[in-house]
Design a protein around this ligand. Structure first.
Ligand code: 6R9
Length: 627
């Protein structure tokens, strides 16, 4: 890795890369770094920090040139207009507006399928949708488990210009119905039932409850022809909406458009996983989340990649299941979440080492920060100390990777998502929105748009601006805390808002609270996240009951069941803590800081409780902690 020690001339003029002088710190703190092998680096798509810096520099200084060169590799019925990117990123200058490749006419399904393979998949479902009157711009809700039909249905919608909205099949009928009300789909696509582990879940019944309609659809698919013409779309026509949790109760319908998302997911996939046509790729995410959109479906298929789609749980029937699949299908790129890594780590190395895993080449992590010990286990045991790990930081909102290693290009640090992807300008700001340079910590923001950025929240552009662009004017605010070390590496530290990350799933505290208070015996609820060995965080709920109602185990179970029913099993609180009262400021704001400390039993770190309206509630809560 001698070449690492040379900093290319010109790199110094890029803000935030000034610090990425990899070579200099290598000499002094070599132990911090995990280097890619010569063998890996020499075949990588990007082989050195110098090559990355050169490409990154161009992507920042000439984004139009950089992205239009890449976009030209796709099929466009008509090329975009003069402006590759048109943006207003600053609320003080007017409404937030982001456009990429405006005027370009394309179709992402065409680019996924027709361009890559002779025979089209997806067409059967597309013709059914057309037959029942689904047209360009219509919403289609997809409520399916990880069957092959799920990505096929997404592509079918994209083909005819319908806007898909995948709802994770673990959501309850009430959550589904909330989304149906918000986006008013022409049709909801589901299946009769799915097996999860040894349990059968009747999805169609859930949909029937959600739409209060039990019309029998039957199997309508086979009678349709197998080809379907493409609906050509403007680059800025919507491709999909995907609901995600925010800090208030109502889920936000994140809107992604066609052209920029296409170019961005394909490019990030190619570089962050060092993709080669010979690779076999497996991502364990469900298409109900953004990872399943960008990196099970669009990104890999746009690259013509061979994708393993797995319907079951990655640790069922036993903890060796994933490696059994890896060996069986010769998986070379394996992308998963830290929660799975931690749970497999707990199950013991023997489940891993009894499989060969020699096909593996690149590993990936997403959904939450990966703690260094899980990183090392992933690297040493799963990857036999030879596969780089791409710890990809990104969000539903960003569409694709924002901060990620490029395996082969530079040394990694266990637990750090490393450096920005091409075209991404991360900044760290303080609480006043002032950018901080160099080694620091603060709030993670982004300075200008990237092609895969979300364009609005469905039906609520104002909320889009308020949530993401007003907290720190001039920047996109991610909601994450972050620090940057002396080498310019980024370390994500988790959400700074009221969002909990359970096994990589985003859950708003307000959503869980509103489910709890909908129970007739619950007067008030406050939900916080506490550290959990496997899930990252778990849900801890403080519950105040209606006057006179006694605490009971039965009621505890009933409250948990209410949350399972209203949101889904994945959002069920692990702990219900009875609370005669909640710690509030005199203005009535719940002091979650204190609740978090009580929940994690850090009782000597409660801090100043003198501003509480009733300081005594804290002692009451502590007394009831283990009851
Ligand atoms: C892709 C996805 C986004 C939130 C994000 C952050 C956390 C995701 C991470 C990570 C640290 C990583 N997050 N990847 N934190 N390192 N590599 O997960 O999207 O469901 O919208 O969640 O997840 O807190 O803000 P989404």
């Amino acid at each position: 890795m001698e070449s690492m020690k040379i900093l290319p001339s010109g790199a110094g003029c890029i803000p935030h890369l000034n610090a990425v002088i990899l070579g200099e710190s290598l000499a002094t703190e070599e132990n911090d770094f995990v280097l890619p092998s010569e063998e890996f680096a020499s075949q990588a798509n990007v082989q050195s920090p110098e090559q990355y810096l050169k490409m990154y520099k161009r992507s920042i200084e000439d984004p139009a040139g950089f992205w239009s060169d890449i976009a030209s590799e796709f099929y466009w019925k008509q090329k975009w207009g003069d402006q590759v990117c048109n943006e207003n990123f600053d609320v003080r200058k007017g409404n937030i507006n982001i456009e990429w490749f405006k005027g370009g006419i394309t179709n992402i399904c065409y680019n996924c399928l027709d361009r890559n393979v002779e025979a089209g998949l997806g067409d059967k479902v597309a013709n059914y949708l057309k037959d029942i009157g689904v047209k360009k711009g219509d919403a289609v809700i997809i409520y399916l488990p990880m069957l092959m039909e799920l990505p096929i249905t997404m592509l079918a919608c994209a083909r005819i210009g319908a806007v898909h909205s995948v709802v994770f099949a673990g959501f309850s009928s009430e959550s589904l119905s909330q989304r149906i009300i918000d986006c008013k789909p022409k049709v909801v696509i589901t299946c009769n039932a799915v097996k999860r582990g040894s349990k059968v879940i009747y999805l169609k019944d859930i949909v029937d409850t959600a739409i209060n309609d039990s019309t029998q659809n039957g199997d309508v698919i086979p009678q349709y022809p197998t080809t379907c013409p493409v609906e050509w779309l403007d680059a800025e026509d919507p491709l999909f909406l995907l609901y995600t949790s925010g800090s208030t109760g109502k889920p936000k319908g994140v809107v992604h458009t066609t052209g920029g998302y296409m170019v961005y997911t394909a490019t990030t996939f190619k570089y962050a996983f060092d993709y080669k046509p010979s690779d076999i790729y497996w991502c364990t995410a469900d298409c109900g989340w953004i990872t399943g959109h960008s990196y099970v479906t669009y990104g890999p298929i746009l690259n013509g990649a061979t994708v393993v789609l797995y319907e079951g749980a990655p640790n069922y029937p036993d903890a060796g299941r994933s490696w059994n699949i890896v060996d069986k299908y010769k998986v070379s790129i394996f992308y998963t979440a830290p929660t799975l890594v931690r749970s497999l780590m707990r199950d013991g190395d023997e489940h891993v080492t009894r499989y060969s895993r020699k096909s593996l080449r690149v590993l990936g992590s997403v959904g939450e920060p990966i703690n260094p010990s899980a990183w090392r286990w992933f690297y040493n045991v799963i990857g036999d100390s030879r596969c780089p790990i791409s710890d990809t930081w990104w969000q539903t909102e960003t569409g694709g990777f924002m901060i990620t290693p490029l395996p082969g290009a530079w040394p990694q640090k266990p637990g750090s998502a490393t450096c920005p992807f091409f075209g991404v300008q991360p900044v760290i700001v303080d609480e006043n929105g002032i950018e901080i340079e160099g080694e620091c910590s603060g709030y993670l923001c982004v300075k200008s748009s990237w092609p895969g950025a979300f364009r609005t929240l469905y039906g609520d552009h104002e909320r889009y601006e308020t949530t993401y662009f007003k907290p720190f004017a001039g920047y996109y605010f991610s909601g994450d805390g972050c620090s940057r070390d002396k080498d310019g590496y980024y370390w994500l530290t988790g959400r700074v808002d009221d969002v909990i990350n359970v096994s990589g799933h985003r859950i708003g505290t307000a959503e869980v609270e509103s489910a709890l208070v909908s129970h007739p015996k619950c007067a008030e609820a406050a939900v916080v996240g506490v550290e959990h060995e496997v899930k990252g965080q778990s849900i801890y709920a403080f519950v105040t009951l209606v006057g006179g109602v006694p605490y009971s185990e039965e009621l505890r179970k009933d409250l948990v069941l209410t949350v399972r029913k209203q949101i889904g099993a994945f959002a069920a609180p692990d702990k219900i803590h009875w609370a005669p009262g909640l710690p509030k400021t005199r203005s009535g704001k719940i002091m979650r800081r204190i609740l978090r400390k009580i929940a994690s039993r850090q009782l000597d770190e409660l801090g100043d409780t003198s501003t509480l309206a009733e300081p005594n509630v804290v002692n009451q809560l502590i007394e009831l902690a283990d009851s």
